[in-house]
Design a protein around this ligand. Structure first.
Ligand code: DQA
Length: 144
């Protein structure tokens, strides 16, 4: 099983940005944590982070035929991007949406998620462990 983990804008600033919301782990810590978790389960995983919406669309398109599942934290593009929603719909790859913070308890403008319409599951508010939950969910989903 091959999983692509995509992170959107400002997630490269993990560890520095708003630790009350996003914790103290860095992006590198996050990548290593997921790599170890997947490694123990014989799951192959690749990582991509970009601050640019079009680059994220390109990466989702490139995943077609190459990955079995996608885990995506689109950052602020969650709340604005129909292009990311359409990209996930276009490739038809089972995708789990992850948010480190509990978005549903935050500002009104964070209450809409466009990408959610194309996702098989959403995980919020578990810190970076949410990505591991997403790995578990995708594994079960894809084995069905
Ligand atoms: C986030 C929540 C978004 O609202 C925010 O813009 C982010 C991170 C999260 O992981 O909690 O960049 O997706």
């Amino acid at each position: 099983m091959k999983i692509l983990v995509i992170n959107g804008p400002n997630l490269n600033m993990l560890g520095i940005r708003e630790p009350d919301h996003y914790g103290r782990e860095t992006y590198e810590d996050l990548v290593n944590k997921i790599k170890n978790y997947c490694g123990e389960r014989n799951i192959s995983c690749d990582f991509y982070q970009s601050n640019h919406e079009g680059c994220l669309v390109d990466k989702i398109q490139e995943a077609y035929g190459a990955f079995d599942g996608i885990i995506i934290n689109p950052g602020a593009y969650t709340h604005t991007s129909i292009a990311l929603l359409d990209a996930v719909k276009a490739v038809g790859i089972p995708t789990v949406e992850v948010h480190i913070s509990k978005v549903e308890e935050r500002e009104d403008f964070r209450q809409i998620s466009y990408i959610r319409f194309a996702c098989v599951r959403t995980v919020t508010g578990l810190g970076t462990d949410g990505y591991l939950k997403a790995v578990d969910f995708l594994t079960q989903y894809l084995e069905k």
